[in-house]
Design a protein around this ligand. Structure first.
Ligand code: BES
Ligand code: ZN
Ligand code: ZN
Length: 511
């Protein structure tokens, strides 16, 4: 989609009037230049319709088109509502098969956001709303219903223009990740995911190295190899590097779960739970396209992306319940359930991240159904060893519409994942708090366990910092709740592209 600033709307564009409570249509920037007959028509229309949230596409007496949106909220309107409103503008435009629109930037100014921030956010949300996964459909005779051109009227400055391009880049990368996630598991194999990473690296400007099974074996990644055992599709370990920051700055490592299909393995999932499991690589897709967005935005930071990619299948060669897997760290995992596979492959990736002596490690994974049980489908779960970082991420989420909510990361929970014959069991002892036991399991592969016995007492009560001196700060995002969109997102069905916007925002701003 072409989104650009312009001095005035082109005659071919439909005018968008986005009005919030208290806004008079006569005051709108587009109203002044209308023909008298159009003005009268709109006045009359508005007079009879001022009650509720609604949108309408009108053919004006002079021949032009306009789209009117009335929203109940006022200018102090929460950012959350503005984000959805931006998406609704595009979805309504698409429904009406309108291809070109002119929007006033002033319409969307929101309490707490600078003009440039509004412009960037708008471009991202417009792109996201202009997406649909139709790679496997025949093109209809009259074409796809996409918006082709948006003219942004209001402020034609260089900074606003730049903000719009940046927002567009972020939206495009989110949509590319959504395409990867939506692609069926039969096609999106570990090898294909690795190819997509290579392609993205070439296009956007970051380094990609793909390890095949022999190299994964050399590294002794028993977790990755264990989960991959049952599948005809062989695993890959994707390494992405983008070093454009100061030499002295330690990198931030992003680790994404890349399970290209999760059947559950021998602990096979029931039919209604297996359905969307081709999207179990959404964390991996997010990491690939966060890297791409940062590279395209030329962000001056040192960032590494790691994606262990496997398929979790039941077969004569599958890993078994009861198997003891020796991970790259030397710590063993007692597999009590083959469906808790994400944490098993992430254990190796987290160990691999130490090679970079990172300042921060962030993992992103569609890890547990329990996170969905806890939070519903409107927020991902965040766990962290560092309160400040946690807060910073939650704030980045509020700004981008990628909402996060914290759950506890306490050592008390470690008892739940003590192994009988191995170091750590891959599921908890009870069926309660599954998102937390998964997080606490991952934690064991971030921290130096030899230190964890004594000195990691929190600094300020139970919610204090729990970093041991040698371990990096760590954030775990369980994005299972936001794997797919819901009706009220006003986005296409399928993958939601969760965590990408928030990570880009966080990584650009983090100092
Ligand atoms: N990929 C699933 C989690 C998931 C569920 C993601 C629904 C998105 C939507 C994960 O590998 C899994 O199967 N987790 C199990 C863990 C259990 C066996 C301890 C779960 O959540 O049921
Ligand atoms: Zn699973
Ligand atoms: Zn899974």
């Amino acid at each position: 989609m072409d989104i650009k600033t312009a001095a005035k709307p082109a005659s071919s564009s439909a005018l968008v009037f986005f009005l919030r409570a208290g806004d008079k249509i006569e005051k709108h920037d587009f109203f002044r230049n209308l023909a008298e007959e159009d003005k009268n028509y709109l006045r009359l229309f508005i007079k009879h319709r001022r009650d509720d949230d609604f949108s309408s596409c009108l053919l004006l007496p002079s021949g032009g088109k306009c789209l009117i949106f009335l929203a109940k909220e006022n200018k102090k309107n929460s950012l959350r509502k503005t984000i959805v409103a931006m998406r609704r503008v595009i979805s309504a435009t698409r429904r009406e098969k309108v291809k070109e629109i002119a929007v006033g930037l002033n319409d969307f100014l929101t309490h707490g956001l600078k003009t440039e921030e509004t412009a960037e956010l708008m471009a991202t949300q417009f792109e996201m709303a202009n997406f649909e996964f139709n790679d496997y459909k025949i093109k209809p005779k009259d074409g796809w219903k996409f918006v082709e051109k948006v003219s942004v009227i209001g402020r034609e400055s260089r900074t606003v223009g730049k903000a719009i391009s940046a927002g567009k880049v972020i939206g495009e990368e989110i949509n590319k990740a959504r395409t990867l996630s939506n692609t069926p598991g039969g096609d999106m194999t570990p090898a294909r995911l690795a190819e997509e990473a290579l392609k993205s690296g070439k296009e956007s400007g970051f380094r990609v190295k793909v390890l095949k099974e022999d190299e994964i074996k050399k590294l002794k990644m028993g977790g990755v190899l264990g989960v991959a055992k049952g599948s005809a599709e062989r695993p890959r370990f994707i390494i992405m590097e983008y070093f454009k920051g100061a030499k002295k700055d330690k990198p931030i490592v992003l680790v994404g779960k890349g399970v290209t299909f999760d059947t559950g393995g021998l602990n096979l999932k029931p039919d209604n739970y297996i359905y969307e499991m081709h999207m179990d690589m959404s964390g991996g897709a997010a990491v690939i396209h966060v890297m791409a967005a940062l590279a395209r935005l030329k962000v001056k930071k040192n960032i590494v992306g790691l994606v262990p990619a496997v398929e979790n299948m039941p077969s004569g060669s599958s890993y078994h319940p009861g198997d003891l897997l020796r991970t790259m760290s030397g710590k063993t995992i007692e597999v009590l359930n083959t469906d808790a596979e994400g944490r098993v492959i992430l254990a190796d990736a987290l160990e691999y991240s130490k090679k970079y002596e990172p300042q921060i490690v962030v993992d992103i994974a569609t890890l547990t159904g329990a996170a969905m049980a806890a939070l519903g489908q409107r927020a991902s779960a965040i766990f962290s060893t560092d309160r400040k970082l946690e807060k910073e991420m939650i704030e980045a989420g509020e700004k981008t519409g990628d909402y996060l909510w914290p759950l506890p990361l306490w050592e008390e929970y470690e008892e739940e994942i003590k192994g009988t014959f191995g170091d750590f069991a891959n599921i908890g002892k009870t069926r309660y708090g599954g998102a937390i036991t998964a997080a606490v399991f991952l934690w064991q592969f971030v921290k130096d366990n030899s230190l964890s016995v004594g000195p990691s007492t929190p600094k300020s009560g139970l919610r204090g910092s729990r970093r041991t001196s040698s371990a990096p700060a760590w954030v775990h995002l369980d994005i299972a709740p936001r794997m797919t969109t819901i009706e009220s997102d006003s986005l296409a069905k399928g993958a939601a592209g969760a965590s990408i916007a928030l990570l880009v925002e966080f990584l650009r701003g983090h100092r």
